[in-house]
Ligand binder design. Structure first.
Ligand code: ZN
Length: 194
């Protein structure tokens, strides 16, 4: 799949909307993105995740791990395609934790998965958990890089994104769409927000 085909899957499924939006950060943008909308279709999830899997076919991976909630679907599909154990971390009392009896054994090779990376915060927290348990993070795979390629997870860590998106944002007072009096949508404030 090339970038154009991937983007068309996102627009067809309503995961990527074009217009005038107020993001949860308060900034305005001409695009709004909700990865879960594309991942509700297993056949799309399979294809998007296969782009990640193809990069790690030759890498020894014992475990796939992903942060809840967004990463779980991606981790599960990548783990299925690689045929390895798959687990997730979750936030409790504000701290990322490995619960539910999941275990990473000393020396295991671990692939971290996520749906969307903007600052990489959750991925870094998962990497710390892996490290504390003696596992080795061999790679990070995610569907969308929204950082413009700025987030780096480490010199020896292969990182792969299915799609790179550079998100254009505007301060409300300097927004050209506001200037054009285009009505604004606040999708992040809907009750069904994630
Ligand atoms: Zn605006």
């Amino acid at each position: 799949m090339n970038n154009e085909q991937i983007l068309s899957i996102f627009t067809q499924t309503g995961a990527l909307l074009n217009g005038h939006f107020q993001l949860t950060s308060g900034l305005h943008s001409n695009q709004y993105f909700q990865c879960a909308k594309v991942l509700q279709y297993p056949q799309h999830t399979e294809r998007l995740c296969s782009q990640i899997v193809s990069h790690f076919r030759e890498t020894k991976v014992d475990v796939v791990i992903a942060p809840a909630m967004g990463g779980i679907v991606v981790g599960q599909e990548v783990g299925r395609q690689l045929g390895v154990r798959t687990m997730f971390t979750e936030r409790k009392d504000g701290t990322m934790q490995l619960r539910r009896g999941f275990e990473i054994r000393e020396g295991e090779s671990v692939l971290v998965c996520e749906d969307v990376v903007t600052t990489g915060g959750s991925v870094f927290e998962v990497m710390k958990i892996v490290d504390e348990r003696g596992g080795n993070v061999v790679g990070v795979g995610y569907i969308v890089d929204r950082s413009g390629g700025r987030v780096r997870f480490g010199d020896n860590i292969a990182q792969v994104a299915t799609l790179h998106m550079d998100v254009v944002t505007y301060k409300p007072e300097a927004c050209p769409l506001c200037e054009q009096k285009m009505p604004i949508d606040k999708p992040g404030s809907r009750p069904n927000k994630q």
